[in-house]
Structures are given as structure tokens and as C-alpha cells.
Design a protein around this ligand. Structure first.
Ligand code: IMP
Ligand code: MG
Length: 179
């Protein structure tokens, strides 16, 4: 797998620092709230697993799965709910946890949908932000790192379901997906 990576953007150690910092901020901001962390499968599971352990206040977690990408590298703009949340949302302060905010189509769709379910508040936390590619009018409240407009993999992020298990975030060599 390593040979398909052009550059390492975020090393294992850097990711640890980023997650610790986000966990500290979220713990502080949500100490008097009713935190429910919602992870958008599958890309955010690695980030979610680390982030929840960096949070020092009581919280609940839930998962939802949507598909927007298929196996390509460009967004289709079509978002389909594959698995919905199990927990009814009334009275919760929701924190949506995502791997990457790219065009923003996925998150703006999810946010709108969940807002209608009687949550107390909704905020977004994304590990990576690619603002250059934004199409929807959406910003994250917590951003781990802003990244350039390159296709990145690792630490949960995939290309064609591969590379999720890399312990770092790296830029995929373009020849891998232009084959
Ligand atoms: P958006 O709707 O364009 O913001 O797409 C968000 C989703 O697209 C993310 O949750 C990822 O699954 C996927 N995605 C966008 N950019 C990348 C990338 O550089 N690498 C891997 N997946 C990506
Ligand atoms: Mg994803």
C-alpha cells in the first residue's frame, strides 16, 4: 500500500495531536450539554474511535451510513441513506463526525435531515477540510486540518474501499486512480 502513496500529509503522531486537541475543545464546549456523536460510515470510523476516547465528558455515539461516491473519486451529488440512526434525536446536542468535507453535498444533506428531528443543536466536526472544492454552503465547527485539492487516503479514508487501514493520511498517486 505504501508504494501507492505520493506524500504523507498527516503522520501518525500529527494525527494524535490533532485528535487530542479536538477532544479537549469538544469536552470543554459540551460540558453542560447532552452530547451525541454521530459518525458517518465508513470513512470516519477510525477518527471517531480515536476522537471519542479523547473526549472526557459523558457522551453517546451512533452511526449512519450514506453513499454518495461509488468507487470513483468525484462526487455524484446523489446521497442515499444506507443505514439510519438508532437513537431518537430529541434533546440531544448532536456532533456529526466526518472524515473529510469536500464538496459538502453529503454533510449539507445529512445536516438538513437531522435538523428536522428535534435536536437541541447540531455541529460538525471533520478531520479534513478541502475548502477549494466546496459546492454546498456549509462549514465545519471543528476542523482537524485543511488539506489541498488532492485525493487523500488512510486513517479511514478510502479509494475503492482500499487504504482505510493506513495509520497516516497520504496523497494517493494519481496513476493509481487514472489506470
Ligand atoms: P462531499 O459530499 O463531496 O463533501 O464528500 C464527502 C465524502 O466524499 C467523504 O466522506 C469521503 O468519503 C469522500 N471523499 C471526498 N474527498 C475524498 C478524498 O480525498 N479521499 C477519500 N474520500 C474522499
Ligand atoms: Mg465517507
Amino acid at each position: 500500500m505504501n508504494q501507492d502513496i505520493q506524500t504523507i500529509l498527516l503522520s501518525k503522531d500529527r494525527l494524535k495531536e490533532i485528535v487530542a486537541d479536538l477532544g479537549k475543545r469538544i469536552s470543554e464546549d459540551y460540558k453542560d450539554k447532552n452530547l451525541l456523536m454521530v459518525s458517518v460510515l465508513k470513512g470516519s470510523v477510525v477518527f471517531m474511535a480515536d476522537l471519542m476516547r479523547a473526549i472526557t465528558i459523558p457522551c453517546r455515539i451512533d452511526f449512519m451510513s450514506v453513499s454518495s461516491y461509488g468507487s470513483g473519486v468525484k462526487t455524484s451529488g446523489v446521497v442515499k441513506i444506507v443505514k439510519d440512526l438508532d437513537i431518537p434525536l430529541e434533546g440531544y446536542d448532536l456532533l456529526i463526525v466526518e472524515d473529510i468535507l469536500d464538496s459538502g453535498m453529503t454533510l449539507s444533506y445529512i445536516t438538513e435531515l437531522l435538523e428536522a428531528r428535534g435536536t437541541r443543536s447540531i455541529r460538525l466536526c471533520t478531520l479534513l477540510d478541502k475548502p477549494e472544492r466546496r459546492k454546498a454552503d456549509i462549514q465545519a465547527d471543528y476542523v482537524g486540518c485543511v488539506v489541498p485539492d488532492e485525493f487523500v487516503v488512510g486513517y479511514g479514508l478510502d479509494y475503492d474501499e482500499k487504504y482505510r487501514n493506513l495509520p497516516y493520511v497520504g496523497i494517493l498517486k494519481p496513476e493509481v486512480y487514472s489506470k
